[in-house]
Write a protein that binds this ligand. Structure first.
Ligand code: SF4
Length: 483
């Protein structure tokens, strides 16, 4: 099965003049710490040299082409590598408001946009830019997630054909593509708030807890499983953002300390990338000091959406992570990073350098992909993504069936699609690099292998499941989207 977006030309026709200035709450960071030299031995390729930083082995180099891919976006055609690789620059140019996104789109989109190849998205042959902007505005008004996008992600979108672009589809809603919600859909489809003994802590599996350190992320995904809490409020969903805070975390730490059966912690949110290095250290050191905690992982989409932070020595996040990883190893405890790539286009040479840096410093990185319609629900795209991740020494750990979350029904695929993908992918790549294809059961049943359903009626789209080790004889249902 071939993916049309692999064959699309990526020429951009853009307008100049916009300089977004929104600031995130990231730490300020000095620049001028990364230099680039053209390698005499590798024509057409660059070797990137990163100066030493205390405690980490250097330099990290890559033989990959350092294409200035961001310069295809007209407003960034004069942005230097030094600036683009600066985490501070990425933060300062992150788009995190509806009006700023519309302003950006006005500058980068052609006047007329092409019709999508698959006619189920919108009907006209072409669409005027103003109509597209109105469609985005209407989509944002209905969306459960607010807007936030990093320059790295904005630079890998094909703005000449945004309607079908797999990156645009993940982050920028179009009202014309929305599909009516099934009655069973919910904002908290996994019932996380039902299994929360302490605010911010989810305890569902006997030995594992989910530690929600913050509710903010470097980007906001339309399909977020925590649409009920992550990001700022939208016109359709009221939310109170939860910032990182020691006082709130203390109650969570106490619960873990007083619950000896808990051995395994997922530090998530929100996103661990939004923690300051000191906060990352505080959480990691505190967990390492607990005798009952044997392992933990920090969940972050950062490597996928802003790999610059991993390379930027003026920011201490990566150093703090590597220190925790090394300390954990010396204590016989695993400290890992769980990240979230959904499409091969998200991987650039900057990503490769960042993944290489983590690998060279012994950090275990695993990836969790969400299966999304029109993004990665074809064999070629999913196979390519898994191989690219394997080549970066990022373990392709899970591919999730999209959760039954409200407001993003246009992005879900039926269960048979994930079953078909697994059938065709398993055996084509080393077993330890083949992901588990998973359904996270609505209503709190937990994660099950997609092919372990009790029943599946393709005509009605309803599958049933049990999770005997977690919820006994209780039966859970997953409902395919009506498409
Ligand atoms: S990065 Fe993760 S937590 Fe944040 S919006 Fe995306 S899916 Fe949700």
């Amino acid at each position: 099965m071939a993916s049309s977006f692999f064959r699309r030309p990526s020429l951009l026709r853009l307008k100049a003049g916009f300089t977004p200035t929104s600031l995130t709450n990231h730490e300020p960071a000095a620049r001028n710490s990364i230099t680039f030299n053209i390698s005499g031995t590798l024509p057409r390729h660059y070797a990137v040299q990163v100066p030493p930083s205390p405690g980490l082995k250097e330099p990290v180099t890559s033989p990959r082409d350092t294409d200035k891919y961001w310069q295809k976006v007209k407003i960034w055609e004069n942005v230097t590598k030094e600036d683009f690789l600066s985490y501070r620059w990425q933060g300062a140019n992150t788009i995190e408001r509806q009006d700023k996104l519309l302003h950006f789109l006005e500058k980068v989109l052609p006047e007329v946009l092409p019709q999508p190849a698959n006619g189920d998205l919108v009907s006209p042959q072409t669409m005027k830019r103003d109509d597209f902007l109105a469609d985005v505005l209407d989509g944002m008004r209905l969306a459960p997630m607010s807007i936030r996008l990093t320059p790295h992600m904005l630079s890998v979108v094909d703005w000449t054909n945004p309607i079908v672009d797999p990156i645009r589809r993940q982050f920028i809603p179009l009202k014309s593509t929305l599909v009516r919600d099934l009655p069973r859909l919910a904002l908290d489809s996994l019932y996380e708030t039902h299994d929360s003994p302490v605010p911010g802590l989810v305890h569902r599996y006997p030995e594992k807890v989910l530690f929600l350190a913050t509710s903010v992320c470097p980007v906001y995904c339309r399909f977020c499983t925590r649409s009920y809490a992550v990001g700022g409020p939208t016109e359709s969903v009221n939310k109170t953002p939860t910032r990182p805070g020691r006082k709130r975390w203390e109650a969570m730490f106490e619960y873990i300390e007083k619950t000896p059966v808990v051995q395994d912690i997922v530090v998530s949110g929100g996103d661990s990338y939004m923690l300051h290095a000191d906060h990352l250290r505080l959480i990691g050191e505190r967990l390492l000091a607990m005798p009952n905690v044997k392992r933990f992982r920090f969940a972050t989409k950062g490597l996928a959406v802003c790999p610059m932070r991993i390379l930027d020595h003026s920011d201490g996040w990566t150093e703090a992570f590597v220190e925790l990883s090394n300390k954990g190893r010396s204590m016989g405890k695993q400290v890992a990073m769980h990240t979230h790539f959904n499409h091969p286009k998200e991987i650039t040479w900057v990503t490769e350098l960042a993944a290489r840096r983590l690998f060279e410093h012994g950090v275990t990185v695993r990836n969790q992909t969400v299966l999304l319609r029109g993004v990665n629900d074809d064999l070629e795209t999913m196979s390519t993504l898994i191989r690219r991740l394997a080549d970066l020494n990022i373990q392709p750990y899970y591919v999730y069936q999209a959760d039954m979350v409200r407001g993003v029904e246009d992005m879900r695929s039926p269960l048979w699609k994930i079953l078909e993908l697994e059938k065709h992918i398993r055996g084509t790549i080393a077993g330890f690099m083949t992901p588990s294809f998973i359904v996270d059961l609505p209503g709190g049943g937990g994660k099950r292998l997609a092919n372990s359903f009790e029943t599946y009626d393709r005509a009605s789209g309803i599958s049933t499941w049990k999770a005997p080790g977690v919820t006994g004889d209780e039966v859970f249902e997953y409902h395919d989207p009506v498409i």
